[in-house]
Design a binder for this molecule. Structure first.
Ligand code: ZN
Length: 344
């Protein structure tokens, strides 16, 4: 068995191959896995290939894949041949995101590919529960010692207080978050604070999709870009769920000028509070990430107790270096690299 970073992540066996979150849907492999529907984990091309290998992913990921990439996937809960079994477990990153568990049938070794992952239970999200494996392919978005975050519960409580205070003073608020993942979490966590709720187009579309998938979200009205203040009332506060863009965005700048809109950012980058607020032009910011922080990455390693760790994405090199210092057998998985360590 061999792991390499070629078509995002490839795992090859004697006579078959799995591609994990592939950039190119290669019809010649035996199966593929899609962890979730963020663009950096999806194929680059929106052109439907003539043949699609068997796909393992969750129902929500297949649906979001169809909306974002444009063609449907005939997906499976698991896939196996005589060399391996590919299954999913909850990943806790976004609604119904998953982690891949691959069992090598030859020797019983277990390989875990985290995709993007979060071990914390947050609102409707069940955190990833790490388990013993032999090889761990671990995302390293926050793989730097400086990125240790407070809990979701702690930050959500502070954010609720701030939002409520602004609404009480008659100020509308914009909650900034990516359209898939964060926007649903913000809607679910804070939507009850105000009856007048709006969303930008991408977020509104995703709200409808997630409702159809069974997620209990607060209903919002669509804020059309070209008629940005229709329906908004002066002196009556409202909540706007907005993409994660800076306050220099045309719509936000207009609404801030006209309605004294308070802009609130939610991101792991808010760990550097003042820098983040300045960059985003935000009035307030809360440290809320869909990824596990540094401490949680170490917790995943502790509970997985792997013999080998491959770090991927984000701070892969930094995390591998730190883990090596601690005596772990860890290397960053770099594109095109194929070393002896890739075999196991
Ligand atoms: Zn993601």
């Amino acid at each position: 068995m061999k792991v390499k970073c070629k078509n995002r992540i490839n795992i090859s066996f004697e006579s078959s191959e799995i591609i994990l979150d592939p950039q190119i849907v290669n019809p010649t492999v035996s199966s593929m896995f899609v962890s979730h529907a963020h663009y950096d984990h999806l194929p680059r091309s929106k052109k439907k290939p003539s043949t699609i290998p068997p796909v393992v992913c969750s129902k929500a990921t297949a649906r979001l894949f169809q909306e974002r990439i444009g063609y449907s996937l005939d997906f499976h809960d698991f896939w196996e041949n005589n060399e391996y079994k590919l299954e999913t477990v909850p990943g806790g990153h976004t609604f119904d995101s998953t982690v891949a568990k691959i069992t090598n049938k030859e020797n019983g070794d277990i390989v875990v590919y985290t995709g993007d992952v979060n071990i914390e239970d947050r609102a409707y999200l069940t955190g990833f529960k790490p388990f013993k494996c032999n090889v761990l392919i671990l995302e390293a978005t926050w793989g730097d010692k400086d990125y240790r975050f407070p809990t979701y519960e702690h930050q959500a409580t502070l954010a609720r207080e701030y939002i409520q205070k602004q609404l009480d003073q008659g100020n509308p608020v914009a909650l900034l978050g990516y359209s898939v993942g964060k926007a649903q979490l913000l809607n679910y966590s804070f939507g009850d604070l105000c009856e007048k709720r709006y969303s930008t187009n991408a977020i509104w579309q995703m709200e409808q999709t997630h409702k159809e998938l069974g997620l209990d979200l607060h209903s919002t009205k669509l804020l059309a870009n070209d008629k940005m203040d229709i329906g908004l009332e002066k002196n009556k506060p409202w909540i706007l769920f907005h993409n994660h863009t800076s306050a220099r965005d045309k719509t936000l700048a207009f609404l801030k000028r006209k309605y004294n809109l308070k802009i609130i950012g939610f991101s792991g980058w808010a760990k550097n509070q003042e820098q983040y607020k300045y960059r985003m032009g935000a009035d307030a910011a809360y440290v809320m990430s869909d990824h596990s922080d540094y401490g949680s990455l170490l917790e995943i390693i502790k509970q997985s107790s792997p013999e080998k760790i491959f770090t991927v994405f984000g701070k892969a090199a930094e995390l591998a270096r730190e883990l090596q210092k601690e005596g772990f057998n860890a290397i960053p998985l770099t594109k095109g690299q194929s070393t002896l360590e890739s075999f196991f």
